[in-house]
Write a protein that binds this ligand. Structure first.
Ligand code: AMP
Ligand code: MG
Length: 337
């Protein structure tokens, strides 16, 4: 079988050459590795099955390959050859794992991504240069980008600007950073009606009813800070559907085993061999670029699990042993009593 042939070729190959210099777009200051792993793809398979020994042997061979060898192997297997060494390694390991498990009764086949859709959100908010500690950020752009996890494509997007009410005047710094002008927010609606329209957009897509979905953000601030603060300011109950999400920085660091210093948006893109497309700090462009990273990770075999949540207003990690479930259907936002 082609896949088995490829695996044995790989295992027999041992690199005697020195490993290439790591190609990194960001300084690896700490050298610290994050050992937490994305869950392995088999659904509670029998790990005593010899297939896992074979996977471990293939992984060992991949670990000994130079970057050029990794790229050549990816090319031979018709896999994407872009990305730094950590990325190429992970891509190859997942490829072989998938191939091995497909032919093994031990794992019950490979588990595909659980969600039908992943909704990327990247809020922009009022700010000042070196935001004072107690600065009250108000959301000024509400963008969403929807990924179909079956076709691995961006299928739709939503964008509205939002009128801030506590600090209606944008700082010059904020305008320069986000590209959002005073006129854009003056002409926008306040947060409550914008959230209502965002919810009806999600409802029309039948998310949480017909389809399983979850939210994905770049870091913890979008839900943990911006949405949480904004709901308080607008006297709206924090929406149930946004209580849990995927923080892609965590997923990326754990999956490709890179330190957190390499999980900034531009850095993640560059390490995957891509360039930022659009205007940085435009919420919609940020969301699209985050979606491109998520799609790349799904193609590389990452399961992308929910890993953060808000509990009584406090940010918490969701352990990867927690059973996967989709976000609840979005409900029209309710005012606080
Ligand atoms: P981002 O998603 O990186 O565009 O950031 C979201 C929001 O965080 C921005 O709209 C700002 O409110 C704030 N922010 C991001 N970068 C900075 C910065 N360098 N200085 C001050 N605030 C920032
Ligand atoms: Mg942004």
């Amino acid at each position: 079988m082609e896949s088995q042939k490829n695996t044995s070729q790989l295992v027999n190959k041992t690199s005697k050459s020195e490993e290439d210099e790591e190609e990194q777009c960001c300084a690896n200051t700490s050298g610290e590795k994050n050992d937490k792993q994305e869950p392995s793809s088999p659904k509670q398979g029998d790990f005593s099955d010899p297939v896992y020994k074979e996977i471990a042997v293939a992984n060992g061979a991949i670990n000994r390959m130079s970057r050029d060898e990794l790229r050549a192997k990816c090319a031979e297997l018709k896999l994407d050859t872009r990305g730094v060494k950590d990325v190429l390694r992970k891509r190859l390991k997942n490829y072989y794992k998938k191939q091995k498990l497909m032919h093994s009764p031990a794992a019950n086949g490979n588990s595909d991504v659980y969600f039908d859709y992943i909704c990327v959100v990247d809020f922009e908010a009022t700010c000042e240069e070196n935001n004072p500690h107690d600065y009250l950020h108000e959301i000024i752009e509400f963008p969403m980008v929807l990924i179909d996890t079956h076709t691995l494509e961006i299928v739709d997007s939503f964008q509205e600007y939002v009128k801030p009410v506590v600090n209606p005047q944008l700082s010059e710094f904020c305008v320069q950073l986000t590209g959002i002008t005073q006129k854009m927010v003056d002409e926008a609606k306040p947060f409550h009606p914008v959230l209502k329209r965002a919810v009806s957009w999600l409802q029309k897509k039948e998310l949480g009813t017909k389809y399983k979905y979850t939210f994905l953000t770049d870091g913890s601030w979008d839900m943990g800070k911006f949405l949480h603060t904004q709901c308080k300011l607008s006297a709206i109950r924090y929406p149930q559907f946004a209580r849990k999400w995927i923080n892609i920085r965590k997923s990326y660091g754990n999956f490709y085993k890179v330190p957190r210093t390499q999980t900034k948006l531009i850095c993640m893109l560059e390490n995957l061999g891509m360039q930022y497309d659009g205007r940085p700090h435009c919420g919609l462009d940020d969301s699209r670029n985050i979606a491109r990273i998520a799609i790349h990770m799904l193609k590389d075999g990452c399961q992308l699990r929910v890993n953060e949540c808000l509990h009584s207003g406090q940010l918490r990690s969701v352990p990867n042993t927690t059973p996967i479930e989709g976000a609840p259907a979005p409900q029209t936002p309710k005012k606080r009593d």
